[in-house]
Design a protein around this ligand. Sequence first.
Ligand code: PLP
Length: 438
Amino acid sequence: MATASAGAVAAVASGAIPAYGNLSKKAGKLAIHGGQRVRTKSWPSWPIWDKSAEEAILSVVRSGIWCRLGGTKVSEFEEKYAELMGVKRCLATASGTTALLVAMHVLGIDAGDEVIVSPYTFIATYNVVFLSKVLPVFADTDPETFQINPDKIEERINERTKAILPVHILGLPANMDRINAIAKKHNLLVIEDACQAWMAEWRGKKCGTLSDLGCFSFQNSKHLPAGEGGAIVGNDDEIMDRCYSFHNCGRPYGSVKRTSSYPTRGSNRRMQEFQAVILMSQMKRLEKDTQTRWENAQYLTSKIKDIPGIIPHKLYPQVTRAAYHLYPFRYKKEHFNNAPRQKFLAALSAEGVPCSGGYGPQYKDGLVEEALNSKGYNRLFSKRRLKRYRQELHYPDNDELCEEAVWLSQRLLLTTKSDMDDIADAILKIYENRDKLA
Ligand SMILES: Cc1ncc(COP(=O)(O)O)c(C=O)c1O
């Protein structure tokens, strides 16, 4: 594995450019200014279809059994996914959002409760909390790891707090040792939003299996895609029976006994048979893809870590594998002639490396005020509580991260080390040309 030599690191410290691979041949005018792009080849597209699954899909279509009720495919997928995750049970759902909604309901997180959650996540995490008429109380983000900062959780807990909802965002594991210890101390539930973290591992155990319940998404962009879809995993049979019952309109299931046709409230959150067939086909590539992303991500980190102003994400030492739905690093403009991140992103894209700036500070978005002003929230929470909530709605570390983050898509990692060299070379070329960037 090629890493920056001690000499190269010293050169960085002294402000000179380290010798990275064959960069000098590729360097020169930035592509955004009309120069040659570093990367001319295309990147893999996603998802990748396996033609051998077509017969199985056709046979479901022809059977007319498209719903899981009466079918076998969804149950078959559930068994396989539970085994893959190393967990007793899995319930497939219509989406990751519905998986989280079912988990929240079944664990008794109810209207008027509060849940501690990371502000740095896909908006669905906020939405499931609001849809449950629960107050999402944000704990600031740790910009180094991109995850919820465990040091910021306890100060947010009060007598209404019912659960912590950590998100393994970007497919990088959150600090589950700390989160579980805090939950235990305060008698709180933990639901993992593992919607971006299939096959990521903490101390050798899969993310999503480290708490009361874990939730996954199988939406089109995900590493295990089926267009739409989701799953809940857990080890407690009684809780999982209740999940099944709730996702199937409240019908009896297992330990949810037949006291009537509908012994409990419920909803329809079922997965379709076609989705399960696609998932079983996509599952065949998941382990290999995960390992490829993991190895390439580590190599990429080794290549870019010494470039001034480029701060790769940190992984906790307990992480035995990250899933890398996105590969993130931070961009410090002061090392790039104060060129705003937008300029860097445009320059990197022009060099043939697609990238984005990721999430904004969404807790400042309209949805929060809309919820706080709603009739329901004003019935459930006192004026005093809502006033204090608004006053505390400041997350400076998260805001800083939202301004500095750079994301690379998982697709880019499904390649080889020499493709990672292209990414590193493109970043270094921009650094070399920083005087022309601003
Ligand atoms: C972190 C996170 N949580 C929840 C979800 C919701 O999943 P879905 O889109 O399947 O409803 C997603 C999906 O993008 C996600 O990334």
